[in-house]
Design a binder for this molecule. Structure first.
Ligand SMILES: Nc1ncnc2c1ncn2[C@@H]1O[C@H](COP(=O)(O)OP(=O)(O)O)[C@@H](O)[C@H]1O
Ligand SMILES: [Mg+2]
Length: 462
């Protein structure tokens, strides 16, 4: 999958899934955070309360005075922790601090504390958040009256560290799961789309005029209707192309007779007309009629080649024989122009799979070009090897400049204006080669002189 990825199915799926997962993920984070904070607070509060009651146990009244009896070990236990600052205070009914921290966050103002009641509240001490348990210890039955207030507090370092850890313990597996799911989807979609890329490869490997249906084996069910439509389209297209080439063939066929008639009539008239100008004009008419005849003949050929696409049956042929026959056929015409056609066979036998008539036509077009545009020597070579057979038609003429060599294959594309020709010869050559799975190329000859037209056939099956 490459290039225009903006609409990639894979990306869309992943984006959609992640955008759904993200709010869910944030919600889960919140739930995890608040619930773990709740439970951790509950646990820590319990130990805070325990310490408060333990401290209250140490309070006694002597001669109406509130006192505390704290052994050193108990004092240390009340004051020391690795992470948090612990502090406490005991206040007598007259609000005098008997023991502990002076700077204690006050009880929440809106909540009074009744005798015997325990209250837990949040506060700030030295700019830090703290949690405090307060117990109003009733002093009835002693020599004092009222309540002593016992407060035990601690900072929140350990609580929040634990809440964070508990949150992460929930959220991280969730995150890993989400990412794994996204990766699995990406991979799965990629695998799922493999048939699509295979189809794409199959389509892009096609030759321009291959309109046969795309093979459907291995196509997933979801793509089936889509491919069926493409195949229907291809079928309609190939029917249209066929109809068109049939029309061209019919038209060419219909034109043949009248054109031949014009030519014959013009030649006949030339014999009976005296006037020089009229003779000249008639000669031009005859010439034009011949050129038109050639064109029509090539059009007909092209249409036949196109039509052969569906009915073609390739036979195992000895290439040397085919080539020698055509070269011999053209020899007299060449000799008349003072051109010699040489024939070279590079190996004993060279088999190709082909249609003899079409291959003769192909070679005839190449020899015709060499005769028309080439120089004084034409060499036709057959070169057989295990990689397939190559035909070469070489001449010592002016050749074709490299940048024009691709263009001359296009229908009606001609370089030399003067000499008669329709510009269809190389088009026919290429189409016939294509029908045989062969490749045509034009190159400069030895030393950069002349033109070498090569046709390379694939190896013939036994
Ligand atoms: N052997 C050659 N040497 C030089 N030019 C050539 C040769 N063969 C073909 N060409 C050029 O390629 C053009 C296209 O050839 P072709 O398709 O056979 O059409 P046509 O022969 O009817 O003009 C020709 O017009 C000619 O200019
Ligand atoms: Mg030609």
């Amino acid at each position: 999958m490459n290039g225009g990825n903006q609409k990639s199915l894979r990306r869309q799926l992943i984006a959609r899934m992640l955008s759904m997962m993200l709010p869910l993920f944030i919600l889960l984070w919140g739930i995890a955070y608040f619930s773990s904070q709740y439970f951790i607070n509950a646990a820590f509060d319990r130990s805070l309360v325990r310490r408060t009651y333990a401290l209250a146990d140490r309070v006694e009244v002597l001669h109406g005075q509130v006192q505390v009896d704290l052994p050193v070990a108990a004092r240390e236990m009340l004051a020391f922790d690795h992470d948090d600052l612990l502090f406490h205070r005991i206040t007598d009914p007259q609000a005098r601090v008997i023991e502990g921290e002076l700077n204690m966050p006050p009880l929440p103002r809106n909540k009074g504390i009744r005798s015997g009641q325990l209250l837990i509240y949040n506060g700030i001490k030295d700019g830090e958040k703290v949690r405090v348990a307060a117990f109003a210890l009733p002093l009835q039955g002693t020599s004092a009256s009222g309540t002593a207030l016992i407060q035990v507090g601690e900072t929140l370092t350990r609580r929040s560290a634990m809440a964070d850890r508990a949150t992460l313990a929930i959220v991280i597996p969730m995150l890993i799961m989400t990412l794994t799911a996204a990766a699995a989807i990406a991979y799965g979609v990629g695998r799922g789309l493999e048939p699509v890329s295979r189809l794409r490869d199959r389509l892009s490997a096609r030759q321009a005029f291959d309109l046969s249906p795309v093979p459907l084996e291995g196509t997933p069910a979801e793509l089936r209707p889509f491919m069926d439509e493409i195949n229907l389209l291809l079928q309609r297209l190939s029917e249209a192309v066929e109809a068109q080439s049939r029309f061209v063939a019919d038209a060419a066929h219909q034109l043949r007779t009248p054109i031949a008639g014009i030519r014959t009539q013009a030649e006949a008239a030339m014999a009976s007309v005296r006037h020089e100008d009229a003779q000249h004009a008639l000669a031009r008419i005859a010439q034009s009629a011949q050129a038109m005849g050639d064109l029509v003949q090539k059009l007909l050929m092209l249409a036949r080649v196109d039509a052969a696409e569906n009915t073609l049956r390739l036979n195992r042929l000895e290439a040397g024989e085919v080539v020698r026959a055509v070269a011999r056929e053209w020899a007299p015409q060449a000799l008349a122009k003072g051109v010699e056609i040489g024939f070279e066979m590079k190996r004993g036998e060279a088999w190709v799979m082909g249609d003899a008539q079409l291959l003769r036509e192909l070679l005839a077009n190449l020899i015709d070009n060499a005769l028309r545009y080439g120089g004084t020597r034409i060499t036709v070579t057959v070169n057989g090897s295990e990689h397939g057979v190559t035909w070469r038609v070489a001449d010592n003429g002016p050749g074709i400049p490299e940048h024009l060599r691709a263009a001359v294959f296009a229908p009606f594309h001609r370089l030399s204006g003067g000499v008669d020709g329709a510009g269809l010869g190389l088009t026919i050559v290429q189409r016939i080669a294509h029908l045989h799975g062969a490749k045509v190329s034009l190159d400069a000859g030895e030393g950069g002189n002349g033109l070498v037209a090569s046709v390379k056939f694939p190896p013939a099956s036994a």
